[in-house]
Design a protein around this ligand. Structure first.
Ligand SMILES: [Fe+2]
Length: 213
């Protein structure tokens, strides 16, 4: 599987491009504001872009989708409530890109339409739900409760060896693993929701005390 993490601009957003060279096809994820960057990479690699995925509908992840779709004819794939999609996904749905399997994991919290994408049971594109050593923001206590559930009941059920590829370059490194996050992400080591919620509310203090940028 070809796989690239692309610093696409915005607020240190990461886009992803993955593909099957034998089949000559590729898919992009969270294309941000820069359709030409994705197009150029597809041309360089000699791959046809067939799918454009989004982990959620926030504009910094989907702004370039219409331009990219118009330029390539690729289908736009996201959670079923996201506007203007060609292929709606529900939890557990699988899409094939050449020989690559892409499983959607609905993980609401950061947004109601958040999904993570599991490629070949090995790489998790986690969007803004899970960052390296951090997690995505939530608007209210109710969405934080959803996020707590999504993190523990969905993402943390994956094998330790699964790689984590986040939606923003906010962590100490550009990617991680489920095992490393399970062991070291402070939001995932809290014993219950109340402690998790307390950490979310006091994150700036925690970062200062622990030298986290
Ligand atoms: Fe977001």
């Amino acid at each position: 599987m070809l796989f690239e993490q692309i610093a696409i601009g915005g607020n240190r957003n990461f886009a992803y491009l993955f593909g099957d060279a034998d089949a000559g096809v590729a898919a992009a994820v969270d294309v941000g504001y820069s359709p030409e960057v994705i197009l150029d990479r597809c041309v360089d690699m000699g791959l046809e872009l067939t799918h454009i995925f989004a982990t959620h509908s926030h504009y910094d992840h989907v702004d370039a989708v219409p331009a990219l779709r118009a330029a390539t004819g690729a289908v736009f794939v996201a959670y079923r409530t996201v506007p203007d999609i060609d292929l709606p996904l529900d939890d557990g749905d699988v899409v094939r890109v050449g020989s690559i399997t892409v499983r959607a994991i609905h993980c609401p919290g950061h947004s109601p339409d958040s999904i993570a994408l599991l490629l070949n049971d090995a790489k998790l594109i986690s969007g803004d739900e899970l960052f390296v050593g951090k997690i995505g923001g939530t608007a209210h206590e109710s969405s934080a409760r959803q996020q707590y559930h999504s993190l523990h009941q969905k993402l943390m059920t994956l094998d330790d060896a699964v790689e984590v590829w986040p939606g923003h370059d906010f962590g100490v490194s550009s990617h991680s693993t489920i095992g490393a996050e399970r062991a070291g992400n402070p939001f995932l080591t809290q014993p219950d929701f109340d402690a998790f919620w307390h950490l979310k509310k006091n994150w700036n203090d925690y970062k200062r005390e622990h030298g986290i940028k």
